[in-house]
Design a protein around this ligand. Sequence first.
Ligand code: CS2
Length: 499
Amino acid sequence: RAADTQQQAQAATGPVRLSDATLASLPAEVQRPAYDRDATTVGIVHFGPGAFHRAHQAAYVDDLLAGEPDWAICAVSLHSAGVRDALQPQDGLYTLALLDEPPRLRVVGAIREVLCAPQQREAVMARLADPAVRLVTLTITEKGYCLSADGVDAAHPDIAHDLAAPDAPVSAIGWLVAGLRARHAAGVAPYTMLSCDNLADNGLRLRRAVLDFARRLDPTLAGWIGAEASFPRSMVDSITPASDDALRARMADALGVEDAWPVQREPYAQWVVEDDFRAGRPAFERAGVVMSGDIADFDRAKLRLLNAPHSALAYLGSLMGLETVADAMRDAALAGFVERLMRDDIVPTLALPDALDADAYIAAILERFRNPAIAHRLAQIAWDGSQKVPVRLLGTIADALAAGRGIDRLCLVVAGWLRFVVRQARAGEAIVDPMADALTALGRDATGDADRDIAPFLKLDAVFAPLSSDPRFVAALTRAYAALGGGDRAAVASALTAA
Ligand code: CS2
């Protein structure tokens, strides 16, 4: 009868949601915040609270709040209101499913406030200006930085907008500098800015972008930021498939209440952070973060040995008609190719940190890719190729060329991306990429003939310069594109076996 009444109440008001009020009713095996949430205060502003942030950094912070209650997170979306609208009625709570067999569930409480920047400008500015906020973290994906080779891309529409209207920013860089300007004017020390995106030297690149932007507005401000603020580099790692309806349904079943936006990830997570926080920091190491003086080697090892093979599986696997990373790893030709790529082409370009044994690292990554408990769609990884391919592959190719080593296998992956673009464009399927218009046009014009198709792609300077002027690269890429034939399963499989 009580259940009947509850059902009637639900029918009238909608399902019971996860929230502070319903936290106590969750099944005992669901881990939940081990601290008094009301005693925590916001010390971190985070831009880009997508699944990755909520599955990774926010879970680390959640582990710290019991001892350090003044580092809770204010999560700010730069574009859409989706995260705020999902999490606000839940008091910022959401479920993280760790994809073991069976999955382990935890409710994360680290996010105390969720804002949507275009709709809540003043609230975002107030947080950025608040002296209690000493750290701003970012997961805005590669394209969110609007980078040029050595600063910020002033021709990018969002950056051009923000330079013209610095008090009404739309870009992450514009927001960071608006907040710093307010602090400078008020005599408040700058916050530390911590990029958690998959970019080589992410902190250095963020620093250059922020300083370049600030300099264009006010050189004094730029001088102050350059002297006072720090931009630690970080390496983040945890495989986080996008949330879907199946996850929502499973969580509702397991929790007995509804969570509008749960997230999921593999159990493994790593976070290596350069220890350069001039404005103070939480004791991250207590939550298992590796704090280090120099993280460049970790950074490159992860981007080159995990993300590049991921992209290889995504493009070549998609051409072969496969759906997920685990499916791709079950294809012997593709899995064998990726392992050769890692051992024979990528490892020789790396200076591995002492703490990292190449064989063990590779074996662990391949095992993670094979994880049958995770359905990580290749399409998710294939997005934003124009941003990912340079960071993940072209640096390795440049290093291999400089050392006089072969680049054929590496070029097969780049050619896989181009074939993928051509296939999508010709089929009228969407290409999710900030350069989608240019890529779609090139893809539609492609004839399938390698000698004709490669040259127009190589004119995409933002992707291919300066490698495009190296005849060895052009020749190897052309050969690889030709080897992929029509880009169908049989052609790809035989190219992989031969490589
Ligand atoms: C993936 C990454 O989507 C992608 O491009 O390669 O998100 C990858 O899963 C993470 O970097 C793993 O740490």
